[in-house]
Structures are given as C-alpha cells and as structure tokens.
Design a protein around this ligand. Structure first.
Ligand code: SAH
Length: 466
C-alpha cells in the first residue's frame, strides 16, 4: 500500500476551526479531514496553530493565535494556570464547561456506544465552582536555602511554589503554608528525589468539609530526624484547630506519595466527614471523593435512579469505603458491597458500625469474581450499582449482571468512553439506557462524572434491536 499523504507536516503553520474538546481538555478539529488536538483552543474557535506531532490518524499542534475566539472564552482565574496543568478548562466559562461536559458524554455514547435515543440531562454543576477540593497533596523542595511547596510544573519534576490553589478549600492551603514556614524556620530539609536525601517529601492535608475536622499528614523519608519534636510542637501551636497530625514514612525511591507506614503524632488517627446523614471515618490512606458538595449531588441522583422502596436487595460493585452502599442501605432491604482493596472494606465495615447500619454485607475481592459467587449462592438483586475505576467494568461482570437481570441498574462512571463501551454490552444483553446525568465533580478540569439509569428489558432477549 502506498504511504498515505497527510495534509500537514511538522512545523507547518495552518489556520483551522475547532469543533470539540478532547480527553484532556484540548481543542479538537479537522484540517482537510485530518484530526488535530491543540491544547488551549476551544470549540467554535478559529486559530492559527503550528504542527508539532503527526500520527497516522491524528496529530498535535501548538496554539499560536486565536483568530476568532469562542464567546465562552474567559481569562483564567489562577495566575499559575499555564505552568501547573492541574486544571485544564479555566479558560472556558463555567457554563461553557458544563455544556462541553454534556457534549463529551453525548459524543462518546453515540460514537462508541451507538446509543442515540436517550435523555442526556444538562450537567449538574456547582453554584460556586472554586475552593471545592477537600484534599491536597503538595510536594516540597529546596530553593536558595529556603523551602518551596507547590506542584510539579507540567510534564516535569520541578516544584513550583504555590501559596494558593483556586480549587482547594482554603484550610488546605493555609495548613501547607504553615508547615512550609515552620519547617523552614527550623531548618528541616526537603527531600530530593534525584539524590534520595533530605526529609520532608510531601504534605497531604484533608478537610472534613461538613465537620470542619482537619488532618495533616507529613510524608517524610525516615521516621526520626533532627527537630522532629519542635516541628510537632510548633505545628500544634500554630494550627490549634487540627484534629489529627500524622507522620507517614516513605523510604522508597518512588513517585507514589504515601508510604505504607503511618504514625499518629497527635490527636485521632482518622477524621470524620458526613454525606447526608451518614458519617464516614477517613483514614490517611483511604479513597474518599474530593468534592464533598457534588458527592452528595451524585449519590442523591444514584439513589433517585435506584428507586428504592425499602424492599430491595442491592449490589454495590466497586464500593470503596462503602459510601454508596451505606447511602442506599437506608432505603433498601439489604445491600451487598464488593471492593478489591482490603483496607477499604475494613473502613466500610467500620463505617457501617459507626452509623449503626446493619443491613449491609461487605466482601473483599474482584467484583467479577465475587458477584458470580453470590449469584451461585442464590442472591438475587433487584438493583445493581456499579462505580468502576477509569477502565470500566470487567466484561465477565457485565455478563453476570446480564444473567442476574436486576430490574434497574445504576452505572456511575468517571470515564465516558469506557461507560459507552459497557452500555453497549449491557444494551445487547437486554438492558435499556433510560437516563444519563453528567455531574460536575471536578470543576475547572476536563474530568467528567456520569450517572446512568438502565432498566432490564422485560423480554430479556439478547441482541435485541442492535
Ligand atoms: N464507590 C466508591 C468508590 C469508587 S472508586 C465511592 O464512591 O467512594 C472505584 C473503586 O473500585 C476503588 O475503590 C477501587 O479500589 C475499586 N476496584 C478496582 N478494581 C476493582 C475490581 N475488579 N473489583 C472490585 N473493586 C475494584
């Protein structure tokens, strides 16, 4: 076959129009039928760009000049937006972000899932889409004799100093800056990942948004170091509202932030937060949704879609620390939760106890192994909830759910493309996607969260109207 001629060459400057947003918030458009991704460009814009990379089916270019700007283009709020890369959509108005997130879901469902006749609601956004994150993880480094605490500059491991992050809850920024100042005054060194020397690696801070409880985790390269006692003393003096002060020891040459060992230096070993009426204990290493306000919105929607009367048996696959399980248990007969991480199941059981919720059973294991076993044991579910990681559901799990044939299924997804793939399998197995609700869990970023309702087709025929 003759080599295909691409319409562009590296370093060529072209003018093009953008029609959509890619996975990482880049502008996407076609130039003479060839797809190009350009960071910083927005749908509806015409811009001058320079080609930087070409693959067979698509390429990348750098934004040189916006010729016709989108009416939704705004000036980014954050002064370090360009360097950081933690947010990708601050140059798009919040309304524009919500519209685009809905469109991303719709495009994926149509293109990958071949699902067209379904209601996709407008994205549920936040009234104030800033300062929402309840957790920050900040790397430390040394600069000109002092300490800097901030973020790794986009694509590098150089720490850029950051006093304030516009999507963080203020308490997190304040605590990190307090630690930076105190450690600097005491002359405590920052860890250097090249030489594998120095003490302070990261500071992780967490806020229980609805309780006001604060946890500070000092990630250090060893357990003991000079001036450790003064550090603890000073932190407690300057942040008297702290609930929990933890040291986490990470001796490895790794970019994983937390090590396996945590020591409580002061206070409790967990903080509590609430979602609705339920209280959750959060330990230093537990997964917990980062946007508490929108978590409630997401779970309320999942609960609404589950349409529970109190009589139902519910399976919650990928249950984490049992957040959704306990949330729906209030309205169900019994909930079975399954999760692959043993610590998370330990937390889930403890959270059930704290809230005196007895109609739940949690089991450690892969959902695709444990649920078929439950089915064999005769457990019948009226409702199945799944909330898988980015790669979506295991094919074997989907087949089990198709056999199990619950009346309703609620699919919570953080990745529209694997969602679309899985919905196709479920539709071929006799389910019908009824409603799709995008929820903005991560304003200013390109991440999209979606909750979907499926009902099982009463005829139950496979491969129905493909
Ligand atoms: N529903 C929870 C957690 C969702 S995150 C919440 O809202 O907080 C997805 C979870 O799936 C993670 O906790 C991850 O550990 C778990 N997981 C990943 N692969 C799995 C598998 N094959 N079986 C069961 N759980 C899995």
């Amino acid at each position: 076959m003759a080599t295909m001629q691409l319409p562009v060459k590296i370093n060529q400057t072209i003018e093009m129009e953008f029609t959509g947003l890619g996975h990482n918030g880049e502008g996407v458009g076609k130039y003479q039928g060839y797809t190009l991704f350009v960071s910083g460009a927005l749908p509806g814009e015409i811009a001058k760009v320079k080609i930087t990379k070409t693959n067979k089916n698509y390429g990348f270019a750098r934004l040189l000049q916006v010729i016709k700007p989108s009416p939704d283009r705004v000036k980014p709020t954050c002064s370090i937006y360009e360097q950081c890369g933690g947010c990708q959509l601050q140059h798009l108005s919040y309304k524009g972000q919500l519209d685009q997130k809905r469109k991303i879901v719709q495009d994926n469902l149509e293109r990958i899932g071949k699902i067209e006749d379904v209601t996709i609601h407008p994205t549920l956004g936040m009234e104030n889409p800033w300062n929402y994150r309840n957790k920050s993880q900040v790397p430390f480094a040394e600069r000109e004799g002092g300490l800097v605490a901030g973020f790794f500059a986009k694509g590098t491991h150089e720490v850029i100093d950051m006093k304030k992050c516009v999507i963080q809850q203020e308490a997190n920024d304040r605590m990190v800056q307090d630690v930076r100042r105190i450690a600097e005054e005491l002359g405590i060194s920052a860890y250097n990942e090249v030489t594998h020397t120095g003490i302070l690696r990261h500071v992780v801070s967490r806020v229980g948004a609805n309780t006001g409880e604060l946890m500070l985790i000092l990630v250090t390269s060893r357990k003991d170091f000079p001036k450790k006692e003064q550090l603890v003393e000073k932190i407690l003096e300057e942040i008297p509202e702290l609930t929990s002060l933890v040291q986490n020891i990470n001796e490895e040459r790794t970019n994983v932030i937390l090590g396996l060992k945590s020591i409580t230096l002061w206070g409790r070993n967990v903080i509590y937060d609430t979602i609705g009426d339920i209280k959750f204990a959060i330990s230093p290493r537990s997964f917990y949704q980062v946007n508490p306000e929108q978590t409630k919105v997401l779970y309320d929607k999942a609960l609404e879609y589950a349409e529970l009367t109190g009589e139902e048996i519910v399976i919650d696959a990928y249950c984490g620390i049992g957040t959704i399980s306990l949330f729906v248990a209030q309205r169900a007969k019994h909930v079975y939760g399954v999760e692959i991480i043993p610590e998370a199941i330990k937390d889930a059981k403890r959270n059930a106890e704290i809230n005196e919720i007895e109609n739940v059973t949690f089991e450690v294991g892969a959902a695709e192994k444990v649920i078929p076993k439950w089915v064999e044991q005769g457990i019948k579910a009226d409702v199945v909830v799944v909330d898988p990681p980015r790669k979506g559901c295991d094919e074997a799990l989907l087949q089990t759910i198709i056999e199990l044939k619950p009346k309703r299924m609620v699919y919570v997804s953080c990745n529209p493309s694997t969602l679309a793939r899985d919905l196709r399998v479920l539709e071929d197995g006799g389910f019908k996607t009824v409603e799709v609700q995008p929820v903005d869990m991560f304003p200013q970023t390109s991440h999209v969260e979606t909750v979907c309702l499926l009902t099982s087709n009463s005829k139950g025929s496979r491969g129905l109207d493909k």
